[in-house]
Design a binder for this molecule. Sequence first.
Ligand code: NIG
Ligand code: FE
Length: 443
Amino acid sequence: MSIDLIIHSANQVLTLTGDAPKRGANQGELSIIRSGAIAIAGEEIIAVGDTLDLLALADTRTRKIDARGKIVLPGFVDAHTHAVFAGNRANEFEMRLQGASYLDIQKAGGGIMSTVRATRTALIDDLVEQARARLDAMLAHGTTTAEVKTGYGLDTANELKMLNAIATLNANHAMDIVPTFLGAHVVPEEFKGREDAYVDLVVNEMLPTMTNYKHLHRTQVQVLQITNSSLVTRHSPLFCDTFCDDGAFTLLQTRRILTRAKELGFGLRVHADEFANLGAATLAAELGAASADHLMVTRRDEMRAMAQANVVAVLLPGTTFGLGKKDFADGRAFVEENVPVALGSDINPGTCWCESMPFIIALACRYEKLTPAEAIVAATINAAASLGIANQVGSLAPGKLADALIADVPDYRHLAYRFGANPIETVIKRGKIATRMNADERG
Ligand code: NIG
Ligand code: FE
């Protein structure tokens, strides 16, 4: 076995061992190796351990990167994004600064619907190119895997166009993408007054149509050559999400959509408790959803139901910040109630245009009361677990994809402590150097 790349002499290698989401007292379990190294062959991690032990595995063809004074960690997994969309809503941002609320703007015909209009008229190639720039920025900030939702098409043809744009990006961009169907993002304007007819369309036409698109996605059904030359198939489900909130879908409508999606084999996610508590977190627990997301106004008893049902809490502090609000989700309470906590950027044109998971970590520590270690777990293995791919990514262990970051900071706390600049120096995606900033080659 020939080793292609060894990253060595790191102050800290954060391995985050294991494939299971971390919760409660283990939410901050980083499993650090000091003066550590990782060895990579092809797309996979071969070994993780002490620098001297791993350097002994090198041969003349092995590339070596010296990470002295720096840290090595798994690539970030962004558990919740709306990274594919056309246009922008800078005008609405300015209106909010002048006192209008997100819901006011939506009721006046703006909001999600304004991005839907732009996305419907965009050609798929435009959608792909506009999203590509955002994925490039996300990758440079350390995101090696991201969930990406549809939800700006809101008719069958345009939702399919979005799913195809996502599949095209997944095939052509270094980042791995896990797709989510979000046909129930908002009721489109042409269904005003006939909301349940739109729910019928989602349930009877869109959901069955989308199930046929599973084969398009590299992260879902893929055949990989692994170390012992055996072939394995790695699976993750296609997800279905629903925005359950004032101005979006009621609890009853959400239940109908997610119940049908579950019958059709979708994994479930839900936008819950972003503005109003309609009971979506409890519904997520009842239906065995993979995640409930946002959770700014969730009660303790609902958190306990989520813990019981192994629903991952995906917290999105960038959205609260982006809206200029103060009601951040109570991350500490979720940890106390034994709910695995994950993080996402929620990158979208309305509430949070943010490509940086390090900035999300910085926010989560200050306003959601996670420790730096807990936030790093939330942005890696727990996010992967919420997407059903924790056996492939999210920690540094032999057999996992070689998705790793070198951060130019002396210890992991600096990822949360500093903010506003990019601490990620090198991004390794599937064993290849995807981006490398200002790094000298000391071998
Ligand atoms: O997560 N809440 C719904 N979806 C997005 C906002 C999308 C938009 O405004 O375009 C969110 O905040
Ligand atoms: Fe969202």
